[in-house]
Write a protein that binds this ligand. Structure first.
Ligand SMILES: *[C@@H]1O[C@H](CO)[C@@H](O)[C@H](O)[C@H]1NC(C)=O
Ligand SMILES: *[C@@H]1O[C@H](CO)[C@@H](O)[C@H](O)[C@H]1NC(C)=O
Ligand SMILES: *[C@@H]1O[C@H](CO)[C@@H](O)[C@H](O)[C@H]1NC(C)=O
Ligand SMILES: *[C@@H]1O[C@H](CO)[C@@H](O)[C@H](O)[C@H]1NC(C)=O
Ligand SMILES: *[C@@H]1O[C@H](CO)[C@@H](O)[C@H](O)[C@H]1NC(C)=O
Ligand SMILES: *[C@@H]1O[C@H](CO)[C@@H](O)[C@H](O)[C@H]1NC(C)=O
Length: 787
């Protein structure tokens, strides 16, 4: 995830600290005196003999690195072990080295040893990365002094035993052998611990486990069989040798086995412990409600709001003051088909609803009750934890709130990128009922993509938790990761930009200047024009936009709002916008190759899918075009200007954005037809961009390549359709590529583009688009693909 937090710093000064002896080309064994500094281009310390695994510095977030082991040949870097997951080291001046006394140590920029193996055996000691993914330190006699297999992080690799002394951990969740010898999954939060797997309502025996074998060891073999000393055994759905697998506890608390699809380089879930994610305890925090429909989604119980809008683990807090005085009167808000696991205050059977309600009213500590009609089951709740909604549950939950309290009926869901809960955009956002869609594929896709994303987010998130571990004296990189987003003063920005000297771009929404902060961070500062928002509204919008964080979206570092001055501060993206690399007289060196184009198509789709599907605030871009797709140093697409549609819209009653947003040629027909605007407008624009990527010509302007002849978009689309039928895809492709392209990908992209340009209900969603592209991602063409 080289660019996940997109943090860019120029720091030649620290080169002094770099170690003279370092290795650019990776080997599988190194002897004492070897080291790797974090600035090294390859970032690779060792690779296993058959290049299955690599080990080196992994960028967990802006300027924050961990010393990690990952699979070499997966599409997205899949980390399987980290030395310092919770205390990242600085992206400048840090190094890992095998000292002359035989200690493998990770040193931060100021010389502090962040992590070491604690081995002392002098000359002759070597460190090797084995083909199993095990990093070992051996002395001159060959004795293993230390191995990464005995200190797992969140992943168990084949042949790596899970033992008495080890556990897999991810955020508050862990897989471990309990005191009764049973292998369990537990939520271990700040205030509450709760076991959720195997089913806590049953005995170990009923769950098919035993308690007598105290050897407490479990291992996944190379054929995909998992065998535990408590009698648990399961196998991968694709069991057999020759498949690379891993068992990982996700940031969402589920334990999954993944199998690598070698042809695509992506992971497929081949087994999982929890089928219904709401069974994972604590997933939505205290007073949070979990729903699975069709993907996991958290909300606050009525009358409650998110404690920390960044983090569902912190749950929700009441929006009211509760007193036990007789004067305060309460009402109940019904949450149909829901229950909260555990923490019952009282339990009664065969009582009436009125009696159950009264029981809760009479008890000061009762926060809610669950009632099942028919049987008359009544549970009053002292704590709201592990609450879930499911149409299968035949009871209802009643949340106690003060009388006359104005509860917003909307569940307080906001777009929280760092939140381990993958929140799916509502179907209504697309103006359609998703009911007839097959969710099976969706699940698999969401699970894989979600899990991969979460793994990465998790890594970076896990040190957000441990702010206290992050040295204060460290420079902005760390602080950026923790504070993420802030308000700047106008003066700061004026200084950073040298009084707005260097203009680097200009658009409908404002002028962009290059700026450099004191910490050498280069940023792009956008001076907004025509902002009619009040101060408060502007803040609110910033609060939403600022939380959006995805590698294919230009990161916003902050903003400034002082009177008339409204400015936005973005990460600085080195390369220019996409249009500069495909249209017109592009020099041969600048012209994008096919694999770069494909990567940009995929990246843009991912960015949009994130905006549409993972933010519950309706983030529709409304102005997708090559000018708004910036390219990073390694030609990763980064969508700029998202969220600005919200800023420029004044009042939603006149939701006629057509005059303000969108660029002719990329605008979906519904703009002109005055239909309600939904995320499908972005899908349309994306379709145009796809065609332009393939053909290398500005279709949107009505001019196609052929001798500069004017061709309307519809005509072009028609032509593409015919070529697809006849199979002559090469006639669609940019001639400047000299036939260097992947015909399968061209076909998929062209078909996809056409479906994006259809009537809006027939257009695919961005998630479907990502999936279609991933299916033909020829990863061999760009093995360096990384997040
Ligand atoms: C306990 O488990 C280990 C590892 O699975 C196995 O080798 C051993 O035979 C078991 N012991 C008993 C008494 O079942
Ligand atoms: C844990 O409990 C303390 C005291 O009751 C409370 O202040 C704190 O907010 C709780 N933490 C979480 C994460 O719920
Ligand atoms: C709760 O009490 C605090 C302090 O007494 C007060 O500031 C706040 O406005 C009250 N909140 C509500 C929702 O009544
Ligand atoms: C419900 O059960 C509690 C004990 O759990 C008991 O004290 C109470 O009287 C019962 N209430 C009714 C209405 O039966
Ligand atoms: C390096 O920074 C850490 C964290 O601020 C601090 O604890 C440590 O003492 C520093 N070490 C040196 C040698 O300055
Ligand atoms: C790998 O993915 C490709 C493309 O999605 C698919 O055709 C193939 O069946 C997959 N292979 C395995 C072993 O799942």
């Amino acid at each position: 995830m080289g660019t996940f937090f997109f943090f860019l710093i120029i720091l030649p000064l620290l080169a002094v600290l770099a170690v003279p002896c370092s290795y650019a080309s990776a080997q599988s064994t190194l002897s004492t005196g070897s080291s790797l500094s974090v600035e090294e281009d390859s970032n690779i310390f060792l690779t296993s003999p058959h290049n299955e695994f690599s080990c080196g510095f992994y960028e967990a977030g802006g300027n924050a690195f961990s010393f990690s082991i990952w699979f070499t040949a997966t599409m997205e870097k899949t980390v399987v072990w980290s030395a310092n997951p919770k205390s990242p080291v600085n992206g400048h001046g840090s190094k890992v080295s095998l000292n002359h006394n035989g200690n493998l140590a990770l040193t931060d920029v100021n010389g502090t040893v962040t992590w070491d193996t604690g081995t002392r055996s002098g000359e002759g000691t070597v460190v090797s990365l084995l083909d199993t993914g095990n990093l070992i330190v051996r002395d001159s006699t060959g004795t293993i002094l230390w191995e990464s297999f005995s200190s797992p992080t969140d992943t168990l690799l084949p042949l790596q035993p899970l033992t008495k002394g080890t556990r897999l951990v991810s955020s508050y969740y862990s897989l471990y052998f309990d005191n009764d010898n049973v292998l369990r999954l537990m939520y271990d939060g700040p205030n509450i611990s709760s076991i959720y797997w195997p089913n806590p309502d049953h005995t170990a025996f009923d769950n098919g486990r035993t308690t007598y074998n105290s050897s407490r060891v479990a291992v996944l073999d190379t054929e995909g069989f998992f065998l535990s000393s408590d009698g648990l055994n399961f196998k991968a759905s694709d069991w057999g040798t020759r498949v690379k697998r891993r068992l990982t506890i996700g940031y969402d608390g589920n334990l999954r086995m993944y199998s690598l699809n070698a042809s695509t380089g992506s992971w497929i879930v081949s087994w999982e412990a929890i089928a219904v994610m709401c069974d994972v305890h604590g997933i939505c925090g205290q007073n949070g409600m979990c729903e699975y429909s069709p993907s996991l989604r958290c909300s606050c119980a009525p009358g409650y709001e998110m404690t920390d809008p960044q983090n569902w683990n912190k749950g929700c807090q009441p929006q009211f003051n509760k007193s036990c005085s007789k004067t305060q009167q309460f009402d109940f808000i019904k949450v149909p088909h829901s229950d909260c696991y555990g923490f019952d205050l009282t339990y009664n059977q065969s009582i009436t609803f009125a009696d159950c309600e009264k029981t809760c009213l009479d008890s000061c500590s009762c926060l809610a009750f669950t009632y099942k009609t028919g049987t008359g089951f009544c549970y009053t709740k002292a704590l709201l934890f592990n609450c879930y909604r499911s149409s299968d549950f035949l009871g209802d939950n009643y949340i106690k709130v003060p009388k006359n309290m104005e509860t917003s009926k909307q569940s307080g869901l906001t777009c929280n990128p760092g939140i381990p809960v993958v929140v799916q955009g509502s179907a209504s956002m697309y103006g359609m009922d998703d009911g007839n869609k097959s969710y099976t594929t969706y699940y698999v896709f969401a699970a894989i993509l979600g899990a991969i994303v979460l793994l990465f987010i998790g890594t970076s998130w896990s040190f957000l938790y441990s702010k206290q571990n992050i040295p204060k004296s460290m420079e902005a990189g760390y602080r950026m990761v923790t504070s993420q987003f802030r308000m700047f003063t106008y003066r700061e920005l004026r200084e950073a930009t040298g009084k707005f000297k260097e203009e680097i771009g200009r658009g409908a929404s404002g002028i962009v200047y290059r700026g450099v902060f004191e910490d050498k961070r280069v940023v792009a500062v956008k001076k907004l024009t025509n902002i009619s928002h009040s101060e408060e509204e502007f803040w609110a919008e910033m609060n939403i936009i600022g939380r959006i964080n995805h590698m294919n979206l230009v990161r916003m570092w902050g903003f400034c709002s002082e009177g008339q001055h409204k400015l936005l501060v973005y990460e600085y993206v080195e390369n220019e916008s996409l249009d500069k690399f495909i249209f017109g007289d592009v020099s041969t060196e600048r012209l994008l190759s096919w694999s770069q184009r494909f990567k940009i198509a995929l990246g843009t789709a991912r960015g949009l899918a994130y905006l549409h599907h993972e933010c519950l605030e309706w983030v529709i871009h409304c102005d997708i075009k090559p000018e708004n797709i910036l390219l990073s140093r390694d030609f990763e697409a980064k969508i700029a200007d998202f969220g600005l549609a919200k800023l420029s819209k004044r009042d939603s009653s006149s939701f006629n954005l057509a005059h303000m947003r969108g660029t002719m040629g990329y605008m979906a027909p519904e703009w002109a037809l005055n239909l309600p605007i939904n995320a499908k407008v972005d899908v349309y624009s994306y379709g145009v961009v796809l065609l332009e990527l393939v053909s290398g010509s500005r279709i949107s302007s009505g001019i196609a390549v052929d001798d500069g002849k004017e061709v309307q978009l519809t005509q072009f689309v028609h032509a593409v359709k015919e070529l697809l039928v006849s199979g002559d895809v090469k006639d669609i492709v940019d001639t400047r590529l000299n036939c260097h392209f992947n015909p399968e990908q061209v076909t998929v992209m062209a078909k996809l583009a056409l479906s994006c340009l259809e009537e809006r209900n027939s257009r695919p969603t961005m998630n479907e688009t990502v999936r279609a592209l991933l299916a033909c991602d020829d990863h061999d063409n760009h093995p360096a693909y990384s997040w």
